[in-house]
Design a protein around this ligand. Structure first.
Ligand SMILES: [Zn+2]
Ligand SMILES: [Zn+2]
Length: 416
């Protein structure tokens, strides 16, 4: 009996111990590239300036890694975490498509883009799904919206209130955020008809907020898309693919975060991003490198590149915008590309920069910026739910008429 118990303990303890962040191992050991940049996926952010502080200020003593749920945000602090840092397919297990969570010291949270392969990271960050209900979408390429279904699916078990999405009104209505929200809900019709009589129906709703792109002009370069609780989020157009691509500028408590996602370099976006504490912009390898990694003819890769920004071009944008920290995202995470990207970046820009991989976390205050990697619990459960807003509608809908045939249900094994 004792031997059996010991055997059982030995079998189960290692499995149980591997569930938490204390036992989490980054897939690669710490190390550096030839030029001295941290290796991808080694638990160290890819930058040579993980701490940027004003002279003479005391920087808070942060743990080496950000562990969600164990570290509170100061009242004046902003935290930005990459849930996905790559772009179009093929997506890889170690790098989801574009998605960034912004958390503020006042308790507000915002999601910028919701690409595929990112929602597991998002749910592991210690924020209850009911609070992950505000999504700002830069444009509707699928690498920026492909994760919306699992976020929408937090209905019932996590979110009993609508999911709000902001985005372009569209050059024509079918290209806009309202059509996108309607189409997602239509695609989810079978799911909604099944759930609407057993869970609050409000959680099965997506509410679109249109940013009217016809109002952008050189004289009216940005629009206020969100203005609540001291948080202002402006939208401005960027040069990428069809009409309707935009960047966002979040201002709160004297701190500014700018996210342009995909865009060709322009003086316009640089002007709109001036004064940013942290500025996230895409950065792309060369057409030859992109072709190599994606098994694509170079000619096709050159067509893709026309819509994007090289490292040297990004340096020129940052030279005008002058962020405290310039960030490149939407790049192919590969050990062999780190040095070439930085080398090209450094031909036009000398100030602090970061290549943001998945689960890189940036803490921002007026006095300092600190960059770390998040140690996520791979089996994390959501944080406790917040209090429901007063007057929240918890009503259910009608049961669906799409009943299974009785003859099929009658063959079910008796319940035990
Ligand atoms: Zn993209
Ligand atoms: Zn795009």
């Amino acid at each position: 009996m004792f031997r059996l118990r010991l055997l059982v303990t030995c079998l189960f303890l290692p499995l149980m111990a591997s569930a938490g962040p204390d036992d989490y191992r980054f897939p690669r050991e710490p190390g550096t590239t030839k030029d001295g940049y941290p290796l991808p996926l080694s638990g160290v952010p890819i930058t040579k300036t993980p701490v940027i502080a004003k002279p003479g200020v005391d920087v808070k003593d942060y743990p080496g890694h950000y562990v969600p749920g164990r570290e509170s945000l100061d009242d004046n602090e902003m935290r930005v975490t990459a849930c996905g840092s790559w772009g179009p397919a093929p997506m890889r297990i170690g790098q989801g498509a574009s998605c960034f969570l912004v958390e503020l010291g006042n308790g507000d949270t915002f999601i910028f883009d919701i690409g595929g392969g990112t929602v597991g990271n998002l749910f592991a960050l210690g924020v209850h799904p009911a609070e992950l209900d505000k999504v700002f979408i830069t444009h509707f390429h699928l690498d920026h919206i492909g994760g919306i279904f699992p976020l929408f699916d937090a209905m019932g078990w996590g979110r009993n209130t609508p999911l709000h999405v902001w985005g372009s009104s569209g050059y024509t209505p079918e290209l806009g955020i309202t059509a996108l929200a309607d189409n997602i809900m239509q695609a989810a019709e079978w799911h909604i008809q099944n759930k609407q009589s057993i869970l609050p129906k409000a959680g099965m709703t997506i509410i679109p907020h249109e940013i009217d792109i016809s109002k952008f002009t050189p004289e009216n370069p940005r629009q206020l898309a969100y203005d609540e609780n001291g948080v202002k989020i402006y939208a401005f157009p960027v040069i990428h693919a069809l009409a309707g691509s935009m960047g966002f500028r979040l201002e709160w408590n004297g701190l500014t975060f700018v996210y342009t996602a995909d865009s060709q370099p322009s003086t316009f976006e640089a002007e709109q991003s001036k004064g940013a504490d942290v500025f996230l912009h895409e950065i792309f390898p060369s057409a030859e490198e992109f072709a190599h990694y994606n098994h694509m003819p170079t000619q096709d890769a050159e067509g893709v590149m026309e819509e994007h920004t090289t490292p040297a071009e990004l340096g020129r944008v940052f030279s005008i915008a002058k962020p405290r920290l310039g960030v490149g995202m939407h790049f192919t995470l590969d050990e062999n590309l780190i040095d070439p990207l930085f080398q090209r970046w450094r031909t036009t820009y000398d100030d602090p920069v970061l290549l943001m991989q998945d689960l890189t976390t940036i803490n921002i205050t007026k006095n300092y910026i600190v960059v770390r990697q998040t140690k996520a619990d791979l089996l994390a459960w959501p944080a406790p739910p917040p209090t429901l807003p007063e007057g929240a509608d918890l009503s259910r809908g009608e049961p669906s008429k799409a009943k299974r045939p009785d003859w099929l249900t009658a063959t079910r094994l008796p319940s035990e």
